[in-house]
Design a protein. Structure first.
Length: 377
């Protein structure tokens, strides 16, 4: 027990230091200069895949249409919607609407829609974003200028997550921490690191690089297409970076706890490459690091107890320091063990449901587990 406590404490201290240094190397979108007024800045093609988004899409697209950037086009791919999405899009001015009526075999709907939208794009830069993202008017200009100035091929921006209610906010804080463990996004810009990044809300990529890597075709059956696009870009030798969007780019992540649980079903198991061994290892690690120390403070004595007190305090420092980046409340740190258990519940539920259903059901279409597992990068 004492060796476990020592190992956990040393590991938490190392991770806390890495997070504190790494997150502070990430630039904030608000600190980037607004786009310079040029005769012809690089053309940006904004590509939005939309299926059954009637409730949110018009307001989100209006924020895109207000972008203060001189050379931009908007392509919205309406993918087999059975609500009013298509009607709303057809009456909106300033966008090019592409309607998809059939999904080719071997493709996830969103990935096919993004590939289709890219095929209609004329821009030097392609921005893949979701149908519920709201952007302040200078976002695309700042991002495009930063990509060009830094000679990047791919830029991802983290949006501010609007999460109504205390439970969702607590989960959001824990999720950002777990995502940091998984992705270590501050290493994405390092060409010597295999770490990569991609954000569905904002993936800006050079069109020539996108086409050279095959577009979304290599990702045709990846539910985690945003991260995998970043992986494909990085593996192909291109340069990428991540910027924190703060409140300049926003999304209502999920509106309720049941929606959160359902929403994470499609890519939870995919993020582990559909490997039960990886899931078991990740579960044990999270329980030992984020849950057991708090239990051990109560059930152990002597040096073991005090070492675990150190673990709990270090865990709190890690959460409190990281909380400023996703903008969550620091007092939610006390709930980290509970949100860890909830996170593991979501992953295991998604995994078992995927296995029992032999795949995932997403946006009205079933995709078999065999097909999903075959699309590895």
């Amino acid at each position: 027990m004492i060796y476990l406590a020592i190992f956990t404490l040393l590991g938490l201290i190392a991770v806390t230091i890495e997070f504190a240094i790494g997150t502070r190397t990430l630039k904030k979108l608000r600190d980037l200069p607004a786009a310079r007024r040029e005769p012809r800045p690089p053309r940006v093609s904004v590509i939005v895949a939309a299926r059954n988004e009637a409730r949110k899409i018009e307001a989100a697209l209006q924020s895109l249409l207000r972008q203060d950037y001189a050379n931009i086009e908007f392509i919205v791919v309406e993918d087999r919607s059975d609500d009013e999405t298509g009607v709303i899009l057809d009456r909106m001015a300033g966008i090019k609407v592409v309607h998809i009526r059939e999904l080719p075999k071997g493709w996830l709907g969103k990935n096919h829609a993004q590939q289709t939208g890219a095929g209609h794009a004329t821009g030097e830069l392609l921005l893949f974003t979701d149908a519920d993202i709201h952007m302040e008017a200078t976002v695309i200009g700042r991002a495009a200028q930063y990509l060009v100035t830094e000679r990047l091929d791919h830029l991802a921006i983290v949006p501010h997550l609007d999460m109504p209610g205390t439970v969702l906010n607590m989960f959001g804080g824990a999720f950002s921490l777990f995502f940091g463990f998984y992705a270590k996004p501050w290493k994405a810009r390092d060409p010597k690191s295999s770490r990569h990044i991609g954000i569905g809300a904002f993936n800006l990529v050079r069109a020539d690089a996108y086409r050279k890597i095959g577009g979304h075709e290599p990702l045709r059956m990846r539910p985690d297409d945003d991260m995998m696009l970043g992986k494909l870009v990085k593996k192909s030798g291109y340069r990428q970076d991540l910027v924190l969007g703060d409140d300049l780019i926003k999304v209502e992540w999920y509106s309720s706890v049941p929606e959160l649980v359902r929403g994470l079903e499609k890519n939870s198991f995919a993020g582990l490459e559909y490997s039960l061994a990886r899931l078991i290892a990740a579960t044990i690690a999270q329980l030992l690091v984020f849950v057991w120390p708090l239990v051990a403070v109560v059930v152990t004595i002597g040096a073991v107890r005090w070492l675990n007190v150190g673990c709990v305090l270090t865990m709190a420092v890690l959460y409190l320091d990281n909380a400023s980046f996703p903008g969550v409340k620091r007092w939610h740190a006390f709930a980290l063990p509970v949100t860890t258990l909830f996170f593991l519940y979501i992953i295991w539920r998604a995994t078992l449901k995927t296995i029992c259903n032999d795949g995932i059901d997403w946006r009205g279409t079933h995709y078999s587990l065999k097909e999903l597992r075959a699309n590895r990068l």
